[in-house]
Write a protein of this length. Structure first.
Length: 424
């Protein structure tokens, strides 16, 4: 049996413990939702204030050159590249995940149309994040293609000669289940299929090596594990094999080879720069830069390998404490026990009351979230993200203790916890 003292001892030995001070975690809060909106780094307010007051307020238009505004998408992209196994100048931080997905899927469709026009299907997972499916569906309508949705165990059987693109989210947002990117990509390539990976729940959370996996395209999110702030710019990576083959469809002036020649014709920039569209949100990029720097501060303490080791220890501890201390409370586990298949979150299921239990926990300062299910295969989920940069082992103990009390007392049945809010 693990005790609270054991958890406190684990925190004392944690090589990443010092990094917690780099964040402003509100008092009396155990924040288990960094997979949805990362905690604000302590350095961010001053950085954003400086961008506004000095760079914008004083230097004004000169800031595009003087303060490096124009190169920010590439500069922040280069930092993100280190987290995802991409090369220098292969990533830009820009636009949203949804928009970047639109660009890379379009490019992948163009490649498929040129190389294998008989292939008319995109395969994805039925429980992929909805925006990914909606963007794919919209593009399929434009390109006369079809989206095929399968369960994870059916992916390999679905990779047929009709399929152009396999579009997957590396770590599933609902269950925290992680694909073996290298193996899945190799299986797709063996059938002549391109791969598009969404790293929204991977970048900064688990080790990712796009080049080693020989992936084709990837996008990811800036406001989750990269701590870039609400609506932070996302990122996009294209394998250098493909980058220069086609325009991306949002061919704006920031993707032009020489935007300040203001020519009437479009000439795409070489490399990933062509994946930019228009003028970028500099204040948001400054906040994202700060978030990524805070994550890269882990490099001095063992980097992503140390983050991964701690993340697995936190999620293992949460699972075992829930099973010890909340046994017979009707909770199930939706997240794989196998480390190789687990991201940095744990999802519990319950036939009744999942939403209200999460609300009762939030009222106690334990912030997780709820995701609605749609049937037996995909049950309602209580979702808890564990960001190893700022979550400790004692936090895990305390969170499970709150969960135990909420369930044993029936506190979650109170009417105020059963009222649905617009954002869950
Ligand atoms: C969070 C998330 C997104 C978010 O897309 P936005 O364009 O930022 O709203 C997209 N895809 C996945 C898989 C996500 O987890």
């Amino acid at each position: 049996m693990t005790t609270k003292q054991d958890c406190i001892a684990l925190d004392a030995q944690d090589p990443l413990r010092a990094l917690r001070k780099l964040f402003n975690i509100p008092a009396n809060t155990i924040y288990l939702d960094g997979n949805s909106l990362g905690v604000m780094p302590a350095a961010t307010p001053a950085r954003v204030a400086d961008t506004v007051a000095r760079e914008w307020g004083t230097d004004l238009i000169q800031s595009w050159n003087k303060n490096g505004w124009f190169a920010m998408p590439q500069q922040v992209g280069n930092k993100i590249a280190r987290l995802i196994g991409a090369g220098a100048n292969e990533v830009v931080a820009t636009d949203s995940t949804s928009i970047n997905l639109f660009k890379v899927l379009s490019a992948a469709m163009n490649i498929a149309a040129a190389d294998a026009p008989q292939r008319k299907q995109i395969v994805s997972e039925r429980s992929n994040f909805p925006t990914d499916l909606y963007i794919a569906e919209a593009l399929c309508q434009q390109h006369g293609m079809e989206i095929v949705l399968v369960e994870p165990e059916d992916i390999s059987a679905s990779l047929t000669a009709n399929v152009a693109i396999l579009m997957l989210t590396h770590v599933n947002y609902r269950t925290g289940a992680m694909h073996d990117m290298a193996a899945v990509t190799a299986a797709a390539h063996a059938e002549g299929i391109l791969t598009v990976w969404d790293l929204a729940h991977s970048a900064g959370a688990v080790p990712v090596d796009l080049m080693a996996a020989k992936a084709d395209f990837a996008v990811g999110c800036g406001y989750k594990y990269l701590n870039g702030g609400p609506g932070a710019p996302a990122f996009v990576w294209v394998n250098p094999l493909h980058t220069d083959r086609f325009w991306q469809p949002l061919a704006g002036w920031w993707g032009h080879a020489t935007p300040f020649e203001f020519t009437p014709d479009y000439r795409p920039a070489a490399g990933i720069t062509r994946y930019q569209c228009g003028t970028q949100p500099i204040i948001s990029l400054a906040a994202l830069d700060c978030g990524v720097d805070t994550l890269l501060a882990a490099d001095a303490h063992g980097g992503m390998a140390a983050l991964r080791t701690k993340s697995l220890a936190l999620t293992d501890l949460f699972i075992s404490l829930v099973e010890e201390r909340c046994a017979a409370q009707g909770l199930g586990l939706a997240t794989p026990r196998d480390h190789a298949q687990r991201g940095s979150q744990v999802c519990l299921t319950r036939d009744e009351g999942a939403y209200a239990i999460v609300q009762a926990l939030i009222a106690r300062g334990v912030i997780g979230d709820y995701r609605a299910g749609d049937g037996d295969r995909h049950k309602d989920i209580l979702r808890f993200g564990f960001t190893p940069l700022y979550i400790g082992f004692e936090d895990v103990w305390n969170a499970v203790e709150h969960l135990r009390q909420v369930l044993e007392s029936g506190e979650w049945q109170r009417p105020e916890f059963n009222k649905k809010h617009a954002v869950t």
